[in-house]
Design a protein around this ligand. Structure first.
Ligand code: SF4
Ligand code: SF4
Ligand code: SF4
Length: 188
């Protein structure tokens, strides 16, 4: 009788050990992917995505509770990187991202700028250049139009510029049917 109980306890312990070690690699790989998603996000912790910060948003993306296009500071660049990282299941989202374009950017009135650098610190995509007490400039091609640099400016010299569609910003829409090559190589 005692041997039977000991054998049963032994089996239970082995079962619990197997269960635990079977789940650990899965947990490890999930946290690795969350970390990689988080590294792509701009880390402003601005909560415009509707989550408490970049990490909770990254966790929600991986759990399938949030789409990849909820981060205004990151704009299309972040969306495309997330689509590439997350692979084939997000090809449809990649198509949406590619057909989108930034519809506004900001410009700095250089004659009013006092060179305080506050806008540089606020920009999540390094789209502003300048040095302390020197005039600052926005690199138009990098700006996602997120407006995060506007509130910190003490002299209110950053303005929004709406962009009109033009030939230089035109993109063909992706075909709705994506061939196997495209599915296997999202950059093609
Ligand atoms: S909107 Fe983007 S930058 Fe802001 S907290 Fe969410 S993920 Fe981070
Ligand atoms: S320059 Fe301003 S609006 Fe443009 S990406 Fe940076 S913070 Fe956003
Ligand atoms: S926050 Fe305003 S004043 Fe300060 S550097 Fe940027 S544009 Fe210039």
């Amino acid at each position: 009788m005692i041997e039977a109980i000991a054998a049963l306890v032994g089996l239970l312990v082995i079962g619990a050990w197997l269960l635990l070690h079977h789940r650990e690699p899965e947990r490890d790989s999930r946290s690795r992917i969350v970390r990689r998603i988080d590294e792509i996000l701009p880390q402003t912790q601005c909560q415009q995505c509707g989550y408490g910060g970049c990490l909770p948003y990254a966790q929600a993306i991986l759990s399938g509770n949030a789409p990849i296009d909820q981060c205004p500071p990151g704009g299309p660049v972040v969306k495309r990187s997330l689509a590439e990282l997350l692979g084939q299941s997000n090809i449809a989202r990649l198509r949406l991202s590619d057909s989108e374009a930034v519809d506004q950017i900001v410009v700095i009135d250089e004659s009013t700028c006092i060179g305080c650098t506050k806008c540089i610190q606020a920009c999540p995509v390094d789209a502003i250049v300048g040095a302390t007490k020197q005039m600052h400039t926005v690199i138009a091609d990098h700006c996602t139009g997120c407006e995060l640099c506007i509130p910190p400016c003490p002299v209110d010299c950053i303005d929004i510029v709406r962009l009109e569609p033009g030939l230089e910003r035109w993109r063909w829409s992706m075909p709705t049917h994506l061939g196997s090559e495209r599915r296997n190589h999202p950059r093609i």
